[in-house]
Write a protein that binds this ligand. Sequence first.
Ligand SMILES: *Cc1c(COP(=O)(O)O)cnc(C)c1O
Length: 480
Amino acid sequence: MIDKIKALEKISRLLDPNQSQRTQWNTQVLKYANDFITKLDTCKTYIASSDTGEGIYDLNITEEPTDLATLLDSTTKNIDEVALNPASSGHMGYIPGGGLYPAALGDFMAAVSNRYAGIFYAAPGAVRLENMLIRWMCELIGYPPSACGNLTSGGSIANLIAVVTAREAHNIKARNIEQSVVYLSEQAHHSIQKAFRIAGLAEAQFCYIPLDEGLRLSATALEQAILKDQADGLQPFFINASCGTTNTGAIDPLEPIAAIAQRYNCWFHVDAAYGGFFKLVPAMAEKFKGIEQADSVTLDPHKTLFLPFGSGTVLIKNKEKVIKAYYWLADYMQDTVGANQEISPADVSPELTKHFRGMRLWLPLKLFGLSPFRAALEEKLCLARYFYQEIKALDGFEAGPEPELSVAMFRYLPARGEVNAFNEKLIRAIQMDGRIFLSSTTINGVYWIRVAIVIFRTHLEQIDLLLDIIKEKVLKLDKT
Ligand SMILES: *Cc1c(COP(=O)(O)O)cnc(C)c1O
């Protein structure tokens, strides 16, 4: 037995490399990271490739080890140089992400120390750090210190946590699902509908409230719909407001909606996944009035705090309500309960064991301080307005609503031929060019091209380049 154990130990010790091996790997990975960042200045945002990274299959899992250089080469070729590069300054499609460098260092630290950040008892310092970040975000949106929240993997899970908390707080059972009404607009993010389906509430009534000319949910129409539903014997339950819609960046009228939610005893959720952190820009405060009255708020640090993907946040005003939905004490965890503890992430989310996400958020916020975040966000707002003014002034172009945040929309009206078809060709030409990546949307049957400015590396230079590319492609397409 002892011989066998010793033989196995010899092999299993390979999993714990010595300092010299670690240094060698660190150097190689650092070189990869540095090369990647240096190349951002010259490489395209979108690379159309015919093999779409199939070469990664050559490196399937085997008994034998593979050297790191081979793995890094394949990563560059099959992953990094295929399709969309979200770290690029030219990414202005969908809602782009970030990739602040210190966040990568935070992930590295969290992975090396592997603190068990799900439970206060196991890693009180790590849990305090996460709770401190949540308190900072609560303060930002105007929540009281008694509020709580959770650092999630993204906005979709944040929305799901909010929906389940609302379901439990309103005691929605199978027998009253069909009478319960959810109010939202057509511009709500689809993760809201998805959350209701996952939460077992797909059979609730979904009432889509008309939009005003700025594509915002109309508060007057909302109240009329609630009154009608009440008269019909239905139970108004949940109101979703978007604070920065994904399509156009529109902010629903939060204060009037909050008053309606209060009057009719509805759960008020604000999906601020894209828009929330623009509250860091002092001049924007007015637009966020009423967000502090929400029962729950979703934020997405991997969008507008420029973090790498994998960081969302849900904030819940009433701590007891989220605990009611998520707290569970397993017999084998009885040692973890004690006095003088802070709330644990596991008490307010579906997760138990989890990534120590706080470190990737705390490190950049502390290393940079808030000032460059505020400036970058304000810069993106200005860039969107600049693009909007420039494109509107060009012959033959039509622009969407004036950007409330950092998304602008436009389309070209060709002298002849079908307008939607022309703009589909235009966006294809821009995407195939690859220097800048844009995406499109359809609103009320009209095809629009969107410009979403969220990447921290996007500056005036890229917007001017975009304007040149658009002019160049339109000229070419108009001739054919
Ligand atoms: C991006 C987004 C979501 C979904 O968040 P993920 O982080 O992609 O899961 C939800 N709501 C809005 C408004 C968004 O922009």
